[in-house]
Design a protein around this ligand. Structure first.
Ligand code: SF4
Ligand code: SF4
Length: 323
């Protein structure tokens, strides 16, 4: 290798490590986001709009400030420092931020001594993320784990995901991409080159129902599922089970048949995770003063989930409940 080639390679590595993106969290010791012990990096931003979403902090691709109501002691320090006049009180101890006025200066977050103003979203470099991810490298090796990039929808930040995957692979760390599948193929494909496992959500098989519940039709997602499989990349399919939305026998049958066909053709399916809706999902909205845009209902009993598991087993698929 010439001096110039060495220098060019070093520059490329430096460029990857310096890439920035916005994350909501890095979860160590994750055991539900792929095999083994993993570190899951949650990226901010999503193009779907699922009504039951239990991660409102991951929806928008920019930092946001929300009041965490249980911590507020009504001292009003936040109002005093806000340069935009964005904070009002609906009642004592219940601040509200006008998103149209807020300039996300974070002064209220710094001023609140009670940690009642919370920032969703942090801009970080790949190097900073990898410093965290590398801490558990030994556990990944022993358990077959690695790094999972999740969201939100990670592919809303394609350059950042790509850089994270390359950086992990450069450190001999296994990679998984947790995606809703709603991304242009030319955005997804480069990331897949560095991905060992795809965790792909299938929320509904009917295009119109998918649009009604998630804001978009599902054709692109199903097409991407086939393309990922055709590349021979291992997949786990994740099916959120949502009351009165996708939990009919007909939809479960269609979902199972689609996955079975993928596996028959490409032999890439590791299994299916059924993820039953949990009524606690709405609690997060309440503590941040948000309206939960989905009717709060009961959770599922084992007796209700069992027949759905049966549908996937009948199609020869390995199923877990809860992911
Ligand atoms: S959010 Fe924090 S700074 Fe504002 S009134 Fe509540 S406790 Fe005080
Ligand atoms: S982030 Fe800044 S502009 Fe927004 S509410 Fe807080 S102090 Fe006001």
């Amino acid at each position: 290798m010439t001096k110039e080639q060495v220098a060019s390679e070093e520059n490329q590595v430096r460029n990857i490590e310096d890439q920035t993106g916005i994350i909501t969290n890095i979860q160590l010791f994750a055991i539900n986001d792929g095999p083994g012990i993993r570190t899951t990096v949650f990226l901010k931003g999503c193009r779907l709009n699922c009504r039951w979403c239990h991660n409102p902090e991951g929806n928008r691709r920019y930092p946001e400030v929300y009041p965490y109501l249980p911590n507020c002691n009504d001292c009003k320090a936040c109002i005093e420092v806000c340069p935009a006049g964005a904070i009002t009180f609906i009642e004592p101890g219940k601040p509200r931020i006008d998103k149209g006025l807020c300039i996300t200066c974070m002064q209220c977050v710094d001023a609140c001594l009670y940690e009642a103003m919370v920032c969703w979203g942090k801009i970080v470099t790949v190097a900073e993320v990898m410093e965290e991810v590398e801490k558990d490298k030994l556990f990944y090796k022993n358990s077959g784990g690695g790094m999972t990039v999740s969201g939100g929808e990670p592919l809303t930040q394609p350059e950042f995901v790509l850089a994270l995957m390359k950086a992990a692979k450069g450190r001999e760390i296994g990679t998984a991409l947790d995606t809703c599948g709603y991304a242009k193929w030319e955005v997804m494909e480069p990331v897949l080159e560095w991905t060992d496992l795809v965790l792909l959500d299938l929320k509904h098989m009917d295009p119109q129902a998918h649009k009604d519940f998630c804001g978009t039709t599902n054709e692109l997602i199903l097409e991407n599922a086939k393309r990922i499989a055709a590349k021979g990349i291992r997949m786990r399919i994740r099916v959120p089970v949502i009351p009165n939305r996708n939990d009919t026998k007909e939809n479960m049958e269609k979902t199972a048949a689609f996955i079975e066909q993928l596996d028959e053709q490409y032999n890439v399916i590791d299994g299916v995770d059924l993820l039953p809706y949990h009524p606690y999902a709405g609690a997060k909205y309440r503590v941040f003063g948000l309206d939960y845009p989905f009717p709060m209902g009961e959770g599922y009993s084992d007796e209700q989930i069992e027949p759905m598991v049966g549908v996937f087993c009948d199609h020869g698929l390995d199923v877990t409940v809860g992911g």
